[in-house]
Design a protein around this ligand. Structure first.
Ligand code: FAD
Length: 449
């Protein structure tokens, strides 16, 4: 850590950022650069920073996960602290933060999944993508995911990159996952998987799918996996033809799927089937998932289809959860705001801001959060001189956390955990291996100091 040595006359202000994902850390970078704060504290519920870059981006995409190096830079300044393992709303309230900080910028993202709202959705064997993703990336709060012992067919609902990630991870030869950051018990569970067929179900056609080209090409290039697409699903109506003519992205998806539909089966041990123009209407099973009923969504399409399946994963979008003490729009799962200023019944809540997925919903790539955070930082800086004096010092929050026996994970603690993960990865000849249990993470951290 190095101090940048600079202090401006307007300093003396303190900011709290809640959530150390991309949005929070891009906001941190902008606020540090402004030189208007004596102190910026970043509160994070997990024992580790980086949000979905660590606990979302697929473990077999290490280059994308490496964006964390850029995000870490804000912590090089001695004016900045990391307070990990602190859940705002549980360990400390938003109101308590507002007493200790002039500015509270909330960037807690979206944790839950949207639901399909169909019968059978709560059966064992039916998961939201966020549950499966939390499990395979090693989130300490991930619930137990057990792949069904009789798993031969898995169904993934959705037409975006999260659906592709899940399908790819399920289809991949687990030997290729042994050099990734995946916790070892997850690799072992995937290695023991008996799945042969993975069905991707999309409500609309290829011209409307939200898959991005690199991820789509990656799926088509998987070893020991055949792609199965019904050419009838690729027949384009007038609106699709227009979409393909105007949108390069739609054209690529259609072209790639056409190429797949013409491939001869190689007899590979696993198959990924794409089903366009279908929507699930019922998940079947008494005590666990045994099948799924799919209905056509366009006239003249193939008749209803029932797939035997033991695992259903809905990847139809993430949904935010309210943070106690903050206004919340249930419909969109976001905190209402204008230019990043939090609104309560249309009125600006002085000194409280929102950025990232919690501000604009679960769309865009990691870099989209940079523009978003910069806009919000502009609002913060524009307001700063007009904000009232804060009643107490940031130390008041430190005292509360100490009184409540919260084991705050500092940046130095995190670096220790990171070094441990790297050593484990080096020993296995691969990427750093995520420590997925909180108790183990705290033990590793505690052992060093
Ligand atoms: C499965 C998946 C894969 C993805 N893969 C890619 C990809 O390959 N490339 C790409 O560009 N984009 C990808 N994205 C999108 C990208 O991850 C998001 O755009 C980005 O992470 C959103 O940033 P955020 O900071 O708003 O939220 P998040 O990344 O979710 O960060 C929010 C942070 O807030 C913390 N938090 C939550 N509640 C509290 C609380 N009460 N108190 C304190 N802290 C709290 C969370 O622990 C988390 O660290 C993916 C998304 C998902 C879901």
């Amino acid at each position: 850590m190095e101090d940048d040595g600079s202090r401006s006359e307007a300093a003396g202000r303190a900011a709290a950022i809640v959530g150390a994902g991309p949005a929070g850390l891009y906001a941190l970078a902008a606020l540090v650069k402004s030189d208007r704060f004596d102190r910026i504290d970043v509160f994070e519920a997990a024992p580790a920073p980086y949000g979905l870059v660590r606990y979302g981006v697929a473990p077999d995409h290490p280059k994308t996960r490496n964006i964390s190096r850029v995000l870490a830079r804000g912590f090089e300044h001695t004016r900045v602290r990391f307070l990990g393992n602190v859940s705002v709303g549980r360990d400390v309230t938003v109101d308590e933060l507002r007493l200790g900080y002039d500015v509270v910028a909330v960037s807690t993202g979206m944790l839950g999944d949207r639901k399909l709202g169909i019968p059978g959705e709560d059966l064992p064997g039916s998961f939201g993508a966020s549950e499966l993703v939390a499990w395979y990336t090693g989130h300490p709060e991930a619930g137990a995911v057990e792949l069904p012992a009789n798993l031969t067919s898995a169904t993934v609902i959705g037409a975006g990159n999260v659906a592709l990630d899940v399908a790819r991870i399920l289809a991949k030869d687990a030997a290729t996952l042994r050099t990734t950051s995946m916790p070892r018990p997850v690799v072992e569970a995937l290695a023991a998987s008996t799945v042969t067929d993975i069905h991707l179900v999309a409500r609309r056609g290829p011209a409307q799918a939200k898959f991005t080209s690199p991820e789509l090409h990656e799926l088509g290039a998987l070893d020991a996996v055949d792609l199965v697409v019904d050419p009838a699903d690729l027949e384009l109506g007038p609106a699709d033809q227009e979409a393909v003519a105007q949108d390069r992205h739609a054209k690529v998806t259609v072209d790639v799927c056409r190429e797949w539909s013409q491939r001869a089966a190689t007899g590979a041990p696993r198959r990924i089937h794409l089903h366009y123009w279908r929507r699930p209407v019922r998940i079947l099973g008494e005590t666990a998932v045994t099948g799924i009923e799919l209905e056509p969504t366009r006239p003249g399409a193939a008749p209803p289809l029932t797939l035997p399946t033991q695992l259903v994963v809905r990847a139809i979008g993430y949904h935010g959860r309210p943070i106690p003490g903050l206004p919340f729009d249930e419909g969109s799962g976001t905190v209402p705001s204008r230019d990043g200023r939090v609104l309560d019944d249309g009125e600006v809540v002085a000194g409280v801001y929102v950025t990232g997925w919690l501000r604009r919903g679960p769309t865009g790539v990691i870099a989209t959060n940079r523009g978003d955070a910069n806009e919000v930082a502009e609002s913060v800086l524009a307001d700063l001189d007009t904000l009232p004096e804060r009643p107490s010092d940031p130390e008041s929050v430190d005292k509360l956390l100490a009184e409540r026996d919260v084991r705050v994970v500092t940046w130095v603690d995190w670096l220790r955990l990171e070094a441990h993960e790297k050593a484990a990865g080096d020993a296995a000849g691969g990427d750093p291996i995520v420590v997925h249990e909180l108790a183990t993470a705290l033990e590793v951290i505690g052992a060093g100091g």
